[in-house]
Ligand binder design. Structure first.
Ligand SMILES: *Cc1c(COP(=O)(O)O)cnc(C)c1O
Length: 208
């Protein structure tokens, strides 16, 4: 289990200072509040509706929360997502970007582009070969604040290879953030240049 204070102590010393996203999907507001009380302020959810139900209230009670969407975004949920999330990590197609443009509010939402880093048919995200063109289109033509890339490596692969690939892509595109690494492999992700880690069960315990 990760203790928030201990994590912050160990990693705030490194120059890279990767930020910890506590992935709170399926956990109740009470459980989340306990983690906030330990000093954690960055959280991740994978469903828009669940996030709205829990976080509108939690955000009112706790200032300076930074909430990330790490699950797929459907067109009909865009408006709601822009209201509750501060960072949307799963931008992966033109249609969704256009929908976002039509619904942008005056909050300063940041966006990451999701990369299908292992080129797996069942996974969301852009192919590695498409990322460059898509990111440039989002930034230059659509004026979207794209500041990073995120990936979920293949479950049975060596994560280091994929972390390295995402990190290199991020450098090449001169983006600020690489969101990678989960409970089982976040130490490796740090080694390969993660700036955000998405850690759920190692903080909250197993999901039922
Ligand atoms: C659930 C989830 C995580 C966290 O997974 P753990 O193994 O519990 O740390 C990270 N990223 C995404 C996209 C998730 O859906």
């Amino acid at each position: 289990m990760i203790q928030i204070k201990r994590y912050n102590k160990e990693f705030s010393a490194t120059s890279q200072n990767p930020k910890l996203i506590a992935v709170s999907k399926t956990f109740s507001e009470d459980k989340i509040q306990l983690v906030i009380d330990q000093g954690q302020h960055i959280f991740g959810e994978n469903k828009v509706q669940e996030a709205t139900q829990k976080w509108i209230d939690l955000k009112k009670r706790n200032k300076k929360i930074e909430l990330h969407l790490i699950g797929p975004l459907q067109s009909n949920k865009v408006k709601e997502a822009l209201e509750v999330f501060d960072v949307i990590q799963t931008i992966d197609r033109e249609k969704i970007v256009k929908k976002i443009k039509d619904n942008l509010n005056d909050k300063e939402t940041n966006f990451f582009v999701q990369v299908n880093i292992g080129d797996e048919p069942q996974k969301n995200g852009l192919k590695v070969s498409e990322v460059d063109t898509f990111v440039k289109w989002c930034i230059n033509d659509m004026d979207l604040r794209v500041t990073g890339l995120m990936c979920i490596p293949p479950i049975d692969g060596e994560p280091s290879y994929y972390f390295n690939l995402l990190s290199n892509l991020k450098e090449k595109l001169k983006l600020q953030h690489a969101s990678m690494g989960m409970s089982n492999d976040f130490a490796k992700a740090i080694q390969f240049g993660a700036t955000y880690l998405r850690v759920g069960s190692a903080i909250f315990g197993n999901r039922s």
